[in-house]
Design a binder for this molecule. Structure first.
Ligand SMILES: O=c1ccn([C@@H]2O[C@H](COP(=O)(O)O)[C@@H](O)[C@H]2O)c(=O)[nH]1
Length: 238
């Protein structure tokens, strides 16, 4: 699961997804299904994408009481995605419950999906965090703290920005996943993201995998753009 470029399929429905994926026919991608798409299409979208050979990050960011998260994860495990997630702010008990649910729901003989926790969203700045969440420490400390309780709960890694990835790996170990959205080419619009960097810099920062949405999905030539991104991320011509 390391070194992947995960394409965020932030589309309103299957028709838009099919349109986007057309030029990629025959290529096996790592794609992310988030709330927008899953709430419209439900589990069938996962089955369809799996049939096309794609690996899947189901990005629903569960955050509720432990019992509810456990039951929800039990159901999601049956979809056999590669990666799922929760919010670390839900706490250690909730994260452990997520793992219990995943283990209970994973079909016999199959490996449970990797489970990671969102630390601070990449759309959150330090100022916002301090003022709106009343967290009176630096953003980096908050992210590191969330990474530490995520590790304690036994999860496989975190969602963070590339800026925090190296320190998290130093503390939690190199195999602890750091999955990083908020990645932009220098010429791209930053939009609502706050903690942003380029794919080349993310590679040198030791990030496990990057998540890229609009820069690829809104491109007029998505396949060419994807190949350029892969080259920048991997550091070698694809
Ligand atoms: O902290 C987070 C957690 C999740 N995301 C998701 O990643 C993509 C990023 O899309 P871009 O268009 O490249 O900004 C999107 O699906 C978010 O829901 C995140 O950005 N930050």
């Amino acid at each position: 699961m390391d070194n992947s470029l995960i394409i965020a399929l932030d589309f309103a429905g299957m028709n838009e997804v099919n349109q986007f994926l057309k030029p990629f026919a025959g290529r096996e991608l790592f794609v992310k299904v988030g709330m927008e798409l899953f709430y419209q299409e439900g589990p069938s979208i996962i089955h369809q994408l799996k049939e096309q050979g794609h690996r899947i990050f189901l990005d629903l960011k569960l955050h509720d009481i432990p019992n509810t998260v456990k039951s929800a994860m039990k159901g999601l495990a049956r979809l056999e995605c590669d990666l799922v997630n929760v919010h670390a702010a839900g706490g250690i008990d909730m994260m452990q419950a997520a793992l219990e649910g995943l283990e209970a729901g994973t079909p016999a003989g199959r490996t449970r999906p990797n489970c990671i926790a969102v630390t601070q969203l990449t759309s959150t700045s330090e100022e916002q965090m301090q003022k709106e969440q009343l967290i009176p420490i630096s953003l980096k400390e908050s992210v590191l703290h969330y990474a530490s309780i995520t590790k304690q709960a036994g999860l496989d890694g975190v969602v963070c920005s590339a800026w925090e990835a190296a320190l998290i790996k130093e503390k939690a170990g190199q195999s602890f996943l750091t999955v990083c959205p908020g990645i932009r080419m220098a010429s791209d619009q930053v939009g609502d993201q706050k903690r942003v960097t380029t794919p080349e810099a993310a590679r040198t920062m030791g990030v496990s995998s990057i998540v890229v949405g609009r820069s690829i999905t809104r491109s007029l030539e998505p396949l060419n753009t994807y190949d350029q991104w892969m080259e920048a991320w991997k550091g070698v011509k694809q």
